[in-house]
Write a new protein. Structure first.
Length: 136
């Protein structure tokens, strides 16, 4: 009986800890050129060209997207310019959620780059993904 209990507890432990940090960037997100931010599988922000604005500051390598009144927005400030697939970059993210401002500094991987300036950034551990665009 004790052996069976250990097996069950071991299995539960593996189930609860084995999946931690195993988020994968959604294939739909990789296929889309929709500027957005997702965290833990939840859509935090999606750019609407009819009501929102985009910005890019070349000197600070900061991408910005937000509503006209900046009530909803996100920024991604990269320590260096994303330039190749597989590159890892320290990124400071900031966004609005539930009337508060969330700020996180994370290492993100460049999952994809497009010829027209889109960049797909991904943090696997927390499942944070951002699609941003160079405006130059």
């Amino acid at each position: 009986m004790r052996k069976a209990l250990y097996i069950v507890l071991s299995g539960l432990f593996l189930l609860t800890t084995g999946c931690e940090g195993s988020f994968n960037m959604e294939s739909e997100m990789l296929k889309s050129e929709k500027i957005c931010l997702k965290a833990g599988g939840k859509l935090i922000y999606e750019y609407n060209p009819a009501t929102d604005q985009l910005g890019f500051n070349k000197s600070t390598c900061q991408f910005r997207a937000g509503s006209d009144n900046m009530g909803d927005y996100f920024t991604a400030t990269c320590a260096e310019r994303p330039s190749k697939k597989g590159q890892t970059i320290d990124v400071t993210l900031q966004w609005t959620e539930n009337n508060t401002v969330v700020r996180k500094k994370r290492t993100m991987k460049v999952e994809k780059l497009s010829d027209n300036g889109y960049v797909w950034l991904w943090n696997r551990k927390e499942g944070i993904g951002a699609v941003v665009r160079f405006l130059e």
